[in-house]
Design a protein around this ligand. Structure first.
Ligand code: NAD
Ligand SMILES: O=C(O)C(=O)C[C@@H](O)[C@H](O)[C@H](O)COP(=O)(O)O
Ligand code: ZN
Length: 345
């Protein structure tokens, strides 16, 4: 077991990597509401156990009030615990609910997908979708603990491993050359779910993400935006498909497109686009729209860029890879981004 403890602004956050979630929950004193993915067989008995239909539909705003009602009807208060067990969609929904009910009660994240373990469970961003826009309603709210139980990986299909790897590759490309090199040399082990290799990339990803979040929890200093590399175009693809194209695949194509924009605008060293294409292909991730699992409306995708949360005045704060493991945030006019996007989408 590896433990990371961080003070993020006003919250103490513990991350336990490779530990039993049941043992951890047993150690908590207090009432527990367990909100878990319906697709998982969770036999842990809390004071309230509610299954959630996961996938992007979980992030429909109507689900927020259903969960709030369950907490309210069952007399939960700020001394009690909300436990989120599932992939990124369950974590985003439950994180939001736990932050608004009584202005916040104790949240424990137990991610069960690779994407959840390396990204969604970490950093306190949560959100639900509204009006064809991703995560337009949400808060920043830190969980007190994140428990990574690698047993969940055992039942995870390979395609879910690949989707999570898209976010791991993101860290490699813009923050961590060592992680990029590790990914480049250990593809077989990682795709075969070798426990040591998975623990290594999960640990490195969490460290990278927390280093950024600690500096700029609320994304107000132009630092946390780096975690959004590939997401302007990625979220546009998701919106254009009515959220049927999974996040991991959408941001894979998004990273290719945004790396190309960086190169064309003269912000990246030669070879960055090739390295991006190479590493994504190594893990079988889509690098062109044709390789995505379904079609999307280009018009809806382009229109959704206008709602990007990184817009300030008429410009989007774009985190561009400058060389592998490094980035620069550049203000690009919305219409310029849309012009480039129109070529890649
Ligand atoms: N808040 C953040 O910082 C953040 C970061 C990255 C992504 N996200 C969000 O996360 C979401 C994507 O998350 P996801 O990729 O985990 O998708 P998901 O939650 O839809 O889970 C993917 C699939 O895996 C299944 N599953 C979950 N755990 C399993 C297990 N252990 N074994 C077998 N199947 C399992 C689920 O039932 C589902 O079908 C998107 O909405 C994205 O916007 C949020
Ligand atoms: O934690 C962050 O900050 C991120 O941007 C991580 C992203 O991988 C994640 O998809 C996040 O949900 C995107 O947030 P948004 O602010 O673009 O909605
Ligand atoms: Zn993401």
């Amino acid at each position: 077991m590896r433990k990371i403890s961080e003070d993020i602004c006003c919250s103490k956050v513990d991350v336990l990597v490779n530990t039993s979630y049941k043992d951890f929950l047993d150690s908590l004193q207090g009432k527990k509401a367990i909100f878990y993915s319906k697709n998982l067989s969770i036999d842990y008995k809390g004071d309230l156990n509610i299954p959630i239909e996961d996938g992007e539909k979980a992030k429909d705003v109507s689900n927020v009030l259903d969960l709030v009602k369950a907490l309210y009807d069952n007399g939960f208060n700020r001394g009690d615990y909300v436990i989120a067990i599932g992939g990124g969609t369950v974590l985003d929904l439950v994180g939001f609910v736990s932050s608004i009910y009584m202005r916040g009660l104790n949240l424990i994240n137990i991610p069960t997908t690779l994407l959840g373990m390396v990204d969604a469970a970490i950093g306190g961003k949560n959100g639900v979708n509204f009006g064809n826009t991703k995560n337009i309603l949400g808060t920043f709210y830190q969980p007190s603990a994140i428990v990574i139980d690698l047993n969940f990986i055992k039942t995870l299909p390979e395609e879910e491993i690949r989707k999570g790897l898209a976010e791991v590759i993101k860290y490699g490309l813009v923050l961590d050359k060592e992680l990029y090199d590790y990914l480049a040399m250990n593809d077989k082990k990682i795709l075969e779910k070798d426990e040591g290799a998975l623990e290594e990339i999960i640990y490195k990803s969490i460290k990278d993400k927390l280093t950024v979040v600690k500096e700029d929890e609320r994304e107000t200093k132009g630092i946390r935006v780096v975690l959004n590399f590939g997401h302007t175009i990625g979220h546009a693809i998701e919106a254009g498909s009515n959220f049927t194209i999974p996040h991991g695949y959408a941001i894979s194509v998004g990273m290719v497109c945004e790396a190309k924009i960086a190169e064309e605008m003269g912000y990246s060293e030669e070879g960055v686009v090739e390295d991006t294409l190479w590493i994504l292909s190594l893990y079988g991730l889509p690098i062109t729209p044709e390789k995505l699992p379904s079609k999307y409306s280009k018009e809806l995708a382009l229109a959704s860029i206008e709602k990007d949360k990184k817009i300030r005045n008429d410009e989007i704060l774009m985190p561009f890879p400058t060389r592998i493991g490094d980035y620069k945030v550049v203000k690009v006019p919305i219409q310029t981004v849309k012009g480039f996007a129109s070529q890649c989408l």
